[in-house]
Design a protein around this ligand. Structure first.
Ligand code: FES
Length: 153
């Protein structure tokens, strides 16, 4: 069961401090615990740090790994930048979308997997590449991609 959002903010502020420089770390903690950053947490972080809610939203929108929407238990991030594109990321995207029955940006109805596209993740020499819950998978083929998806709980 997820922890209380207010308690997560309280604990993160105790750990990282309440200065502006701690905002990204606090938000990272919330995102990791809950899988997303709910509005009540945004208000609580803004209060704790002494900035406006808009400033917290602006930090969240800057970093692609933050979300204000609930996401799946697993998150697949597919790189669609040029090296991966040239090595077949489109085919991998189509494979994942077909396997899951959803488009990029969506979550499966059972809450199992969220599919996102991302810019370069630094694995260009091993393209095409994805991150599955922050674990990299590289030189993907459609078969390997299907195998990875089948192994997700
Ligand atoms: S272009 Fe895909 S990892 Fe760099």
């Amino acid at each position: 069961m997820s922890r209380n959002p207010q308690k997560i903010v309280f604990d993160a502020v105790a750990k990282y401090g309440s200065g502006r420089e701690a905002v990204v770390q606090i938000l990272t903690e919330i995102n990791r615990e809950l899988g997303y950053i709910p509005e009540e947490s945004i208000v609580a972080v803004a209060d704790a740090v002494g900035v406006s809610n808009a400033e917290i939203y602006s930090v969240i929108s800057f970093y692609s790994f933050f979300s204000t929407e609930p996401r799946g238990r697993n998150i697949i991030r597919l790189c669609t930048t040029i090296s991966c594109e040239m090595k077949g990321s489109r085919e991998i995207l189509e494979t994942i979308e077909a396997e899951l029955g959803i488009k990029a940006g969506a979550t499966t109805p059972d809450g199992r997997i969220t599919l996102e596209t991302t810019s370069c993740i630094g694995l260009c020499d091993q393209a095409p590449a994805i991150l599955v819950n922050d674990t990299p998978h590289t030189r993907l083929t459609p078969d390997e991609t299907r195998r990875i998806i089948a192994g997700l709980e």
